[in-house]
Design a protein around this ligand. Structure first.
Ligand code: FES
Length: 143
């Protein structure tokens, strides 16, 4: 359940409700999320639930030459969760899986101009889901 009385939204939501305290970048990524969706026959898939609130993120990756060449997400959660998911897909494109795994929730929050202290836990969802996708990759490619 989302905290703070915010209504749960899916990526692509355009409501401005519950947006006080967020940076312009958070608002932009929430209202115009990048790379929403799923990659067919992805090279790696990650799925995580935020242990604090139960919000979820699914991340699909296409990997070529050891680097992430495409990333798409489906997140059901609060504005901070959707914004960090969106900026995450932009940040990890072009990176190796190891580089992407090394990104922290603080990195995602910083890329959005910061998050309110009460919403920092939301950015862990993107970091955890990238790690889940990186762990999934060897299983899909080991044939
Ligand atoms: S309240 Fe669940 S991720 Fe933000």
């Amino acid at each position: 359940m989302s905290e703070g009385g915010e209504r749960r939204r899916r990526a692509g939501g355009d409501a401005d409700a519950g947006m006080s305290g967020y940076s312009d970048l958070v608002r932009d990524h929430f209202q115009n999320p990048r790379n929403v969706g799923a990659i067919a026959e992805a090279d790696a898939v990650g799925y995580q639930t935020n242990p604090v609130c139960g919000d979820t993120m699914r991340l699909t990756l296409r990997v070529n030459g050891g680097r992430i060449v495409e990333a798409r997400f489906q997140t059901s959660g609060c504005p901070a969760a959707i914004a960090t998911s969106s900026v995450c897909t932009e940040m990890i494109r072009g990176q190796t899986l190891a580089e992407a795994e090394a990104l922290t929730k603080e990195d995602y929050a910083a890329a959005l101009g910061g998050l309110p202290a009460s919403k920092m836990h939301c950015s862990v969802l993107a970091a955890d889901t990238v790690r889940a996708a990186a762990a999934d990759y060897p299983q899909r490619t080991a044939h």
